[in-house]
Design a protein around this ligand. Sequence first.
Ligand SMILES: Cc1cc2nc3c(=O)[nH]c(=O)nc-3n(C[C@H](O)[C@H](O)[C@H](O)COP(=O)(O)O)c2cc1C
Length: 452
Amino acid sequence: MKKLRFGLFENAQANDSGTATWRHPENKRDHFDRLDYWLEIARMCEDAKLDFVFLADAWGWSEVNGERPDVTVTESLDLPRLDPAIVAAALAASTSQLGLVITGSTLLEQPYAFARRMATLDHISKGRVGWNVVTTGTAETAAGAFGIPMVAHDDRYDMADDFMDLVYKLWEGSWEPDALERDKQGRFADPAKVHRITHEGPYFKSDGYGQTSYSPQGTPVLFQAGSSDRGVRFGGTHGEAIFLGGSSIEKMAEQVRGIRAEAVNQGRLPESIKIMSAFSCVIGATEAEAAAKHRAVLDAQDPAVAVASYAMFTGLDLSSYDPATPMTDLHTELSQTQISRFAGLTVGDVLKDWHEKGVRGTPFVGTAEQVADEMCMRAEKADLDGFLLTPLVQPGSTRDFIDHVLPILRERGVAASEYEGETLRERLIGTAPTLGEDHPAARFRAARVSAS
Ligand SMILES: Cc1cc2nc3c(=O)[nH]c(=O)nc-3n(C[C@H](O)[C@H](O)[C@H](O)COP(=O)(O)O)c2cc1C
């Protein structure tokens, strides 16, 4: 069995994934806005040699019929939150090997400024940065807040393709990797190796020089998680690591086949994409202890969260439908995955399911040995490359995994004990620090552009 990779799902807000567990007595995430919280998390992950911390992000909040339900604030559902890029910068200073993956929206970021921000993080972390590319499923309220028109689901992916071309030009084409000389007797950089880029895309335009020189990875490691048809096409084209939500093994196996086939369609090697499934678990010394711990997490949560949280992802108010309505009768221009993944269920079923896990997969509840068995079985049957740990209570859930499950996975030879390679791309993707020639970003490299 291949060696699995591990990332930790985090979020610079009190709750995430459509649930609200901040009231749990052991949860420290209610202090997400203190640097100490993040330093503890990063230290724990780096000491355990996890590959990366992933900072999810979203703009917007839930609205039901144009109104923000109070529960979004009383339970800190979507608000408030911090900027993940700044948290990542603080963690770059306090760690030396841990990968730092942040989320950035192609709908709401300005590509020229975003390219500089990511390259800055890549420079100061010495090549440990990844970007989770999102088109923003919560687009409706976010678009209002930004004062921009709403863009429909598939058009957001067209826009994302255009965004990628522009940031690739800036990262790969503007400064050649050896442009900087820093020679105090000579020159700082070679002008022949600094190129003007022009971009006249359907959504974005730019004419000028990239502000940052070529960073250790050039382009940050590209993560993606869209599972609609258009999302999979986008991921197969650009993604180097793809997150799956963590549904049934059969469904995941089908998704993995689809993603690898899409990579081949795009002229890439199927194994060049690393696929990591989200995974939640509750670990106890016995099954009964684990079940009691899980119950305590569910009891810490207000049931009103489910309606507001589902609306955040889809704009739909499930409480306004007859509970017997089949989910397939619903439509959204926001996250279509949040309807399609419930095919065969009713609105009533989904409200119950959402209370229990939000957008997470069903947590696996059991002993450390059972959790390790389950992870190995999922990885083998669905051809996964690793897991994104989605903790229910922080730092406790992650601590439990590190202390009790990771040693078992190491003993079985499926988890690394040391960091191998300098940059995140070398360690996670297993290639050179910069993108391979089969990736679409490579066509914008200065050498290729001047030769064409
Ligand atoms: C593990 C995981 C993490 C995700 N993190 C984010 C995130 O931080 N921000 C975000 O806007 N969407 C996030 N998403 C949602 C996807 O990026 C995508 O927007 C969503 O699946 C809707 O796209 P689709 O309609 O193509 O499926 C995440 C999804 C998964 C499975």
